[in-house]
Design a protein around this ligand. Structure first.
Ligand code: OXD
Ligand code: MN
Length: 592
């Protein structure tokens, strides 16, 4: 397969720097996969799992301190600090060359360097981008094979072009002291050293498809978003596509593979993607989306036949499991699994585990890497080069109070503001304390490759180019009652909420106008077949102007570091909300 001269030159340069013992050019073939799997097993990077129960599956245990994205070690290396903005760590390109580049010197001595060409996006699509990852981790090469269109297809797509993202990765010594994930949006380049964890090491995903792509999208007039994409088909055959932005580990994979409950007969969900959407205005004035990925890198704990039967079917073969617990019979287990743990379980660190230990057997951020094509609900159109047109977009987060189950924005600008002000209680997907309220604007805060104020301005610009923009909604499946219990059943029943949104997008559906947006009326959301009383529904939909006035102050604090860069449209929405809240009647007190 002919390879562009630009690629060859770069591979030579990196080889002289990292000094690998050998260089393997990946072609993406099945024979190669078998070779790499054998190598990974012989090196101890992978353990084969039970061939009957989990055919084609492998197990990987990562280093103890390398189990999640490390945002404090993640940098945007743009020309100026202002270009990266107040929400990103910044390092100048010169400083990165001085401080980080030397860490790559000789780092691959005695190791193999894999040249992993890949396409993000469907083959032959105008949306798609080519990347080449150089890595000394066979585990990473095998994961990239699942998560992207990897191998000769990428060389074919690239041809003689120089437009590819240079993704340099080395495990280094896996020490957090020498761990850096650096992004160069102007040079279209990524350097990652010191981590083998997915989000830090599978460079096509967060690094390319979000941080680098968001900056590229800004220049070229499109959006790279931390969003799932699904098609929702009614019993009458009406098909709408939606996207949903949720912070990490807030149920995007579950929503992307939602199974309608038996009481919603005839509804069907078609999965397109579970984590990332690339969106472009189409010639018809609508917004079109593709999923740039080819696999799912999902959180294992909590995944079961009850919560996500499609995911369970997807991960039954050809899957790499990372940091889950291992059973003696070569099967895997995690908290929230359907089956009991059984005896003789080894925890994610390889230690014998007993339920009474009080410790988690699987790491809370343990993962599965599985091909999207294996998902029973995958849409036949999931790889369409032109993508799918979007009718509605959802911004959601984990909030115990304040935010109602769903509300609809007054339009694109207000919808952008709803996304911009998203905040969520933290989870285990990134290192740090769990359960703390943290701003995660558009669910993109850890993933935006440039100043977020410019990013919101870019959203507003994109809106202007759409004559048929999607409706934008804010959702919160996680509202709790007085005793701390979740008020909404969630999972498959979230389809009831989406149905209301799609009705609204089609000019149907009833709502009450409130200070924050259009909220469903008490009976707007179908509750047939679920036990959600009127009182609980009232609480789920309650908008308390006092609580929101307080939230408004936090929003102002959040916006303040952006200074004059904050777009006028966002400032206007903030002021308009303040005004509406001042004239809003007091809310009735919670019923429970
Ligand atoms: C992910 C994340 O892995 O958001 O998708 O952390
Ligand atoms: Mn994600």
């Amino acid at each position: 397969m002919p390879v562009s001269e630009a690629v060859r030159q770069w591979v030579d340069q990196v080889s002289s720097l990292c000094q690998p013992e050998s260089v393997v050019w990946c072609d993406g073939s099945d024979a190669e996969r078998e070779r790499l799997e054998k190598k990974a097993v012989s090196e101890g990077a992978l353990t084969p799992l039970n061939k009957e129960k989990l055919p084609g599956c492998f197990y990987h245990r990562s280093a103890k301190g390398d189990v999640a994205r490390t945002e404090h070690l993640t940098f945007i290396c743009s020309k100026t600090k202002d270009d990266a903005g107040p929400t990103n760590n910044w390092m100048s390109p010169e400083q990165a060359r001085e401080k980080v580049l030397p860490l790559f010197k000789g780092t691959m001595r005695g190791r193999t360097m894999y040249v992993v060409p890949f396409i993000m996006g469907p083959r032959g699509s105008r949306f798609s981008l080519v990347g080449v990852q150089l890595t000394d981790s066979v585990y990473v090469a095998l994961n990239m094979r699942i998560m992207t269109r990897m191998g000769n297809v990428a060389w074919e797509q690239l041809g003689t072009s120089k437009k590819f993202t240079k993704c340099l990765h080395s495990l280094g010594d896996l020490s957090p002291e020498r761990r850096y994930i650096c992004h160069f949006p102007d040079e279209n380049e990524i350097w990652s050293i010191g981590s083998g964890y997915g989000g830090n090491a599978l460079l096509g995903k967060k690094c390319l498809a979000l941080r680098i792509a968001s900056a590229l999208g800004k220049r070229e007039g499109w959006l790279a978003e931390h969003m799932l994409i699904v098609g929702i088909e009614s019993p009458e055959g009406e098909l709408h596509y939606i996207t949903g932005a949720f912070p990490s580990a807030c149920g995007k994979t579950n929503l992307a593979m939602l199974v309608p409950p038996p009481s919603l007969k005839g509804w069907r969900v078609r999965t397109i993607g579970d984590d990332i959407a690339w969106l472009r205005p189409g010639p018809d004035g609508r917004l079109w989306a593709v999923n740039p990925e080819a696999g799912f890198f999902g959180v294992a704990p909590g995944t079961s036949r009850k919560t996500n039967p499609s995911a369970m079917a997807t991960i039954a073969r050809n899957t790499i499991y990372t940091n889950v617990a291992l059973r003696k019979d070569g099967t895997v287990w995690w908290e929230g699994h359907d089956d009991p743990p059984g005896a003789d379980l080894l925890d994610w660190q390889g230690q014998p585990w007993k339920p009474e230990s009080g410790e988690k057997a699987a790491h809370p951020n343990s993962r599965f890497t599985a091909p999207a094509s294996q998902c029973p609900s995958i849409a036949p159109e999931w790889e369409k080069p032109e993508g799918v047109p979007i009718s509605a977009m959802f911004f959601g987060a984990r909030r115990a109070g304040v935010v109602p189950l769903i509300y609809e924005s007054f339009g694109w600008q207000h919808g952008t503001f709803l996304g911009a002000t998203l905040a969520s209680e933290t989870t285990a997907a990134a290192t740090g304390k769990v359960g703390v309220l943290r701003r995660d604007s558009m669910a993109m805060q850890p993933f935006c490759g440039y100043n977020m104020a410019d990013y919101w301005a870019h959203w507003l610009e994109i809106g202007k180019s759409l004559t048929r923009p999607p409706k934008i909604f804010r959702v919160n499946w996680f509202r709790r009652g007085k005793e701390g219990q979740f008020l909404w059943p969630g999972f498959g029943d979230n389809l009831r909420v989406i149905r209301w949104a799609l009705d609204r997008a089609s000019g149907r559906g009833t709502a009450t106008e409130t200070a924050i947006g259009h909220v469903p009326k008490l009976d707007s959301i179908d509750r047939k077949g679920i036990d959600v009383s009127d009182d609980v529904m009232k609480e789920l939909l309650r908008v308390d102007p006092t609580e929101w006035t307080d939230a408004l102050k936090h929003q102002a604090d959040y916006f303040s570091p952006f200074g004059d860069r904050l777009p006028k449209g966002i400032r206007e929405e903030h002021e308009a909300l303040a005004k509406r809240l001042r004239s809003a009647p007091a809310a009735p007190q919670p019923a429970r």
